[in-house]
Design a protein around this ligand. Sequence first.
Ligand code: 13P
Length: 245
Amino acid sequence: MKKLAAGNWKMNGNTAALAEVQALLAAHPAPACDMLLCPPATLVAQMAAQAAGSALAVGGQDCHPKTSGAHTGDISAAMLADAGASYVILGHSERRADHGETDALVRAKAEAAIAAGLIAIVCLGETEGQRDAGDTLAVIGAQLDGSVPETATAVTLVIAYEPVWAIGTGRTPTLAQIAEVHAFLRVRLLARIGAEARGVRLLYGGSVKPSNATEIFAVPDVDGALVGGASLKAADFGAIVAALA
Ligand code: 13P
């Protein structure tokens, strides 16, 4: 399995930010892991053109479950693919919170993404209240069962475990807590999609930085990272990419 360093730019970046991509490609022309950046939709086509022929893949941050139609403001998976994307992040906790996305909707989006030839990165994670209540594994198990299409494979699916309370806060779970959730995810995914689950990359996300990447990547069943803030700067994201060798 090739590990994956994925960056989520969220609602950050304009054309000037593409200079960071140039710097990243110059510093890491042939990384040992797969390398992905998911910019805002406005930059997907430009970044994909910039990354053509390089080791960098480009992805979207959301897609609509339908292929086309009267859905003002939305973008389909086929449109992302046409713009040069090969991945799409789905069910990020910010979309679940800001847009009321349910597990069923995330699953429909994942099915649409896979049908369009994209790799779906399905995000899961508990809130701080859920962790404090001892509900972490129950919450994550239900999200996985509800959000992951049964037909997903090791090629078409990536899972990202992102505790909501660790996103953008500088706080991270203990390595033991990450290990517990990732081991649980592997077993739960085996039950959902069968033996293909062994090859599905399980990413950790939430305040990953150059200073903590190496220890997080040493945790069993952590197959990469989904990085927010630290993916905006080539130097920081590059250091995380290098830590995933
Ligand atoms: P931060 O790395 O900024 O905590 O964000 C994580 C995240 O939400 C990536 O999708």
